[in-house]
Design a binder for this molecule. Structure first.
Ligand code: DX5
Ligand code: ZN
Length: 228
């Protein structure tokens, strides 16, 4: 299982150094949490395309960047994130009216397309267009902030997606990736990897005051049995 750090709990005035440190620690994927002050329950604003463009410039072209859009108008604004240099746009299924159209638009712009669902949302909201998705993201917290407690009750939904994706791949279909986001730390990373998660977003478990990114990542990789 791969770890994608979220910079949500970073010191934004030192973001460049934090990104350098993450890459130096072996990170290959960065997760960017975009909140527009409207969509998440706590009405928070994080950052948008301008900062993402700076992140892309800082990390270079070889680091994979996704943006997790917690916004009301992903259908209108997705192109701004593509222009800012992301590899993958992940939009909330609850916030988009015509998801197949959004996937088509992203693919035509040569950007990968992902769908994310809240803890309370059923997998049935995504399964009808799974065949065209590059990634499914299961939220294991209610989106809005870092440092929340992991919802282990998401296991059933993760396993449902794992089974559907495996069936799709066995039939020669798209190799859709399965990601989880929220409350992942070294102690539950093995658990989600056993559920069939391929990429775990980790925010406060990687970027915190307890240790350096390298130390925190080493602890997670140790738990996962990954020799770095
Ligand atoms: C929640 C965000 C997550 C989250 C991850 O709204 O989508 O990416 O901040 O942070 P931790 O790992 O601290 O839960
Ligand atoms: Zn996220």
């Amino acid at each position: 299982m791969q770890v994608a750090p979220s910079i949500l709990t970073a010191d934004y005035t030192a973001l460049g150094e934090t990104l350098d440190e993450a890459i130096d620690a072996g990170i290959e994927w960065i997760h960017l949490d975009v909140m527009d002050g409207n969509w998440v329950v706590n009405k928070t604003i994080t950052f948008g395309p301008a900062l993402i463009k700076s992140v892309r410039n800082r990390v270079g072209k070889d680091i994979f960047i996704d943006c997790h859009l917690m916004v009301t108008n992903a259908e209108e604004t997705w192109a701004q994130y593509v222009d800012a240099g992301v590899d993958l746009v992940i939009a909330h299924v609850e916030a988009v009216d015509d998801f197949p159209a959004l996937i088509n638009n992203l693919h035509e712009a040569e950007c990968q397309a992902g769908a994310v669902l809240n803890p309370a949302t059923s997998a049935d909201m995504i399964l009808p267009f799974l065949a065209d998705l590059d990634l499914v993201l299961v939220m294991s917290v209610v989106p809005g902030m870092g440092g929340q407690s992991f919802m282990a009750e998401m296991e059933g939904k993760v396993r449902q997606f794992r089974a559907a994706i495996d069936k799709q791949i066995a039939a020669g279909g798209r190799v859709t990736k399965l990601m989880i986001d929220g409350g992942i730390k070294h102690h539950n990373s093995v658990q989600v990897s056993e559920w069939g998660i391929e990429v775990a977003v980790i925010g406060s478990g990687v970027i915190n005051d307890n240790g350096t990114i390298k130390e925190n990542l080493a602890q997670i990789n140790d738990a996962l049995g990954i020799i770095s």
